[in-house]
Design a protein around this ligand. Structure first.
Ligand SMILES: Cc1cc2nc3c(=O)[nH]c(=O)nc-3n(C[C@H](O)[C@H](O)[C@H](O)COP(=O)(O)O)c2cc1C
Length: 317
């Protein structure tokens, strides 16, 4: 079974993908956080940089739009850049995105989605995969959506089994996911709340025909999780320390200054702190800290004082 790294906008940037892969790896593919095609069909320098910043790794770029012409334009650019698959974002729950009918907002208009796919799949130069939720308002929308997905040769249907209002928290709807496993004509990938090797093994045992799992926050909290899934060892303190230092260095080079680099590192630590015992107090102080110096001191304190666990625990999701 394949293991995909989930796209986490603002977190799994090119710098992160490079450093993470060098230290841990164990995933088959990295999904690049979404980019939205502009009306003028111009690939901005920023988007191009993010898209091409880790071409030596197996990456799948993600596009967020509800217009077939824009998606097809993006596919052409992605093919020119050397990618071999394009992923459509049907999951983003953000209000600014859904208000424009994109991300999970597109799920509220199944007939339009059907027409979108009809045009995209008749013209696309690359295989197209989809990352979706169960519905916009309620999980009851899913059977109709699945019927639509089943009409098209979707490379892989990655399902985050929640509706838009649930964002990334609360119980996931495994009953709906089971329906997808029974009825999907396309290969299915399961995404959501996978935190330990046991979580993944349980899922595999229940759904032996699962094509892939996609892991996001669980692999930030425990960077060795995908490696452990391949039979590799847990992360050591020394390794984590070197990883954090290399990532901080990479961000400083990217931004040309320490302040935004320390902000990025704090986002990583929001998850990574769960790999340490009794991390609540220092994790809280790190979140509230200001400036690179405070971040650096607190990170040193975490590594010097907190016992390391062999898997992430606590309220991660
Ligand atoms: C900060 C953040 C940024 C995200 N950015 C994206 C994105 O760009 N594209 C996308 O499809 N999903 C995005 N997601 C959703 C994740 O890819 C994933 O579906 C979600 O975190 C659930 O998986 P997990 O429990 O393994 O983390 C984002 C989630 C978070 C928390």
């Amino acid at each position: 079974m394949r293991v995909d790294f989930a796209p986490l906008d603002g977190i799994t940037k090119a710098v992160f993908r490079q450093v993470w892969d060098r230290f841990f790896g164990g995933v088959d593919r990295y999904f690049i956080p979404f980019f939205s095609p502009t009306d003028q069909h111009i690939l901005t320098d920023r988007d191009r940089h993010e898209l091409t910043g880790s071409m030596d790794l197996p990456c799948v770029p993600q596009v967020m739009t509800c217009r077939a012409a824009d998606f097809l334009w993006a596919v052409e650019r992605l093919a020119d850049l050397g990618f071999s698959e394009a992923n459509l974002n049907l999951g983003c729950p953000s209000g600014t995105v859904t208000a424009k009918g994109k991300g999970s907002g597109f799920l509220a208009r199944p007939d339009d989605l059907d027409r979108f796919f009809d045009e995209v799949f008749s013209k696309t130069r690359l295989p197209v995969s989809v990352k979706t939720r169960l519905g916009y308002q309620e999980a009851g929308e899913f059977p109709r959506l699945l019927e639509i997905f089943n009409r098209y040769p979707i490379q892989c249907l990655t399902i985050h089994p929640r509706i838009r209002a649930e964002k990334y928290r609360g119980e996931i709807h495994m009953d709906c996911f089971a329906l997808a496993m029974e009825s999907s004509r396309n290969p299915v990938c399961c995404n959501g709340d996978l935190q330990t090797v046991e979580d993944v093994r349980r899922l595999e045992a229940r759904f032996p025909s699962l094509e892939a799992v996609m892991i996001g926050r669980g692999a930030i909290a425990d960077p060795a999780l995908p490696r452990k899934l391949q039979g590799g060892p847990a992360a050591t303190r020394k390794e984590l320390q070197a990883f954090a230092a290399a990532l901080y260095q990479g961000y400083q080079e990217f931004y040309g200054q320490a302040h935004p680099a320390s902000q990025r590192m704090k986002e990583i630590w929001f998850y990574l702190i769960h790999l340490f015992e009794n991390g609540e107090r220092l994790g809280g102080r790190l979140r509230c800290s200001r400036g690179p110096k405070a971040y650096e001191l607190l990170e040193t304190e975490i590594f010097q004082t907190l016992p390391l666990r062999d898997h992430a625990e606590g309220d991660l999701f």
